[in-house]
Design a protein around this ligand. Structure first.
Ligand SMILES: O=C(O)CCC(=O)C(=O)O
Ligand SMILES: [Fe+2]
Length: 299
C-alpha cells in the first residue's frame, strides 16, 4: 500500500517549522505530540492522509504502508525538520518510543560490511522477522524511513502477511508452533517492551488471525531448536516467502509495518559494498510505535 502526499499538503508541510521533540521516559512526550498535531493537522488534506494511512495499517487485509515523503526529503533534506515531520506522521498511528535507552528516538540502520550479514545493518539476506521478537510486549509497529537506498541497487524490502501464512499450514504444524519451544537472541537493557520471553510460542493461542505471530526466520540458523519444532518453523518460513511482496524503498519513503499482522525483512544488498564510501551507503532510520492501552482496534 503506497500513499502519496498531495502537492498542496507537501507545500504546507514544507513551510512548517516544527520544534525539537522531547521524550517522556522512552516515549515521545505528550506535549510534543500535541504541538506537532496542532501544526500538521492545520495543513490541507493532512487528516485525510492520516486516515488513509491508519486504514492501510488496520483495515481488512492491511498491515503495512509506504508513505511517500520523497518530495519533502528533496526540498528539506533528511535532517531535523524532515525527521520531525516523519515523527508527526508516526504519531498519527501510535506513540513513538525508543526501547534502547542509550540511543536517540530514531535509530540508524546503516551498512556494516563486517557484521553478521543476516542481521540488521548486515549486507546479506535479512530473513522474515518481527522486531524485538523475544520481548513479552514487542512494539505494535516498526517503521523504517529511507534516507538512501543501496547505490548498487540491492536491498528490496520484503513483507508477508503472517496470519495468512499460518492459515496455509497443516494443523499439526500449527500445533507445534503454539508450544513454548522457541527462543532467539539476547535481551538486556530494553525499555517499554515488557520482559524477556524465553522460551516463547510462535502462535499465542488467541483466535486465528489475531495476535502476534512471534517469529523470526533467523532462529532457524541461530537458535538450537528441537527437530519437530524446527521443521514447523521452517514450514512457516517457506509460507512467508511464498506470500511475500517486495519493493525498493526510494529516498524519503516511510515504511510502517503493523507487527501483529505482517513480518518484514530485506533482500541482500548488491555485492561490492566494500567499494562504496561509507557516506554513500544505504541508510534507513528506524522508529518503533506503541498503541496505547484502550485504543481499541487501532492495534
Ligand atoms: O534493512 C532493512 O530494510 C530492514 C532492517 C530491519 O528489519 C531491522 O533493522 O530490524
Ligand atoms: Fe526488522
Amino acid at each position: 500500500m503506497f500513499i502519496d502526499i498531495s502537492s498542496d499538503l507537501e507545500a504546507a508541510l514544507t513551510d512548517l517549522s516544527l520544534p525539537a521533540w522531547h521524550l517522556d521516559g522512552s516515549f515521545l512526550a505528550p506535549t510534543t505530540i500535541e504541538r506537532y498535531r496542532t501544526e500538521v493537522r492545520a495543513a490541507p488534506r493532512f487528516t485525510e492522509t492520516a486516515t488513509t494511512l491508519r486504514n492501510a495499517l488496520t483495515g481488512d487485509g492491511g498491515g503495512y504502508a509506504v508513505l511517500r515523503l520523497g518530495n519533502l526529503a528533496k526540498t528539506l533534506g533528511t535532517g531535523d525538520q524532515f525527521r520531525r515531520l516523519a515523527t508527526a506522521f508516526a504519531a498519527e498511528v501510535a506513540v513513538p518510543f525508543s526501547p534502547f535507552p542509550r540511543w536517540p528516538l530514531w535509530k540508524d540502520v546503516g551498512v556494516k560490511v563486517d557484521k553478521d550479514p543476516g542481521k540488521s545493518s548486515g549486507i546479506g539476506y535479512n530473513a522474515f522477522h518481527m522486531d524485538l521478537v523475544n520481548a513479552t510486549l514487542p512494539p505494535d509497529y516498526t517503521t523504517l524511513l529511507c534516507v538512501r537506498p543501496d547505490p548498487l541497487g540491492g536491498g528490496l524490502s520484503i513483507l508477508s502477511d503472517a496470519h495468512a501464512a499460518v492459515a496455509r499450514l497443516p494443523e499439526d504444524s500449527r500445533a507445534l508452533l503454539a508450544e513454548s519451544s522457541y527462543h532467539y537472541g539476547n535481551f538486556f537493557d530494553l525499555f517499554s517492551v515488557g520482559e524477556e520471553y524465553k522460551p516463547f510460542p510462535i502462535l499465542n493461542g488467541s483466535g486465528p488471525g489475531e495476535g502476534f505471530v512471534r517469529f523470526t526466520a533467523k532462529m532457524l540458523e541461530r537458535s538450537q531448536l528441537g527437530q519437530a519444532h524446527a521443521a514447523a518453523a521452517r514450514e512457516l518460513a517457506e509460507e512467508l516467502v511464498r506470500g511475500q511482496v517486495s519493493f525498493m524503498l526510494q529516498p524519503g519513503d516511510y515504511l510502517i509495518v503493523a507487527q501483529r499482522r505482517f513480518l518484514h525483512g530485506r533482500e541482500a544488498l548488491h555485492s561490492g559494498q566494500e567499494t562504496v564510501p561509507a557516506a554513500d551507503r544505504r541508510l534507513l532510520l528506524q522508529l518503533f510505535l506503541r498503541t496505547p492501552a484502550g485504543a481499541g482496534s487501532a492495534a
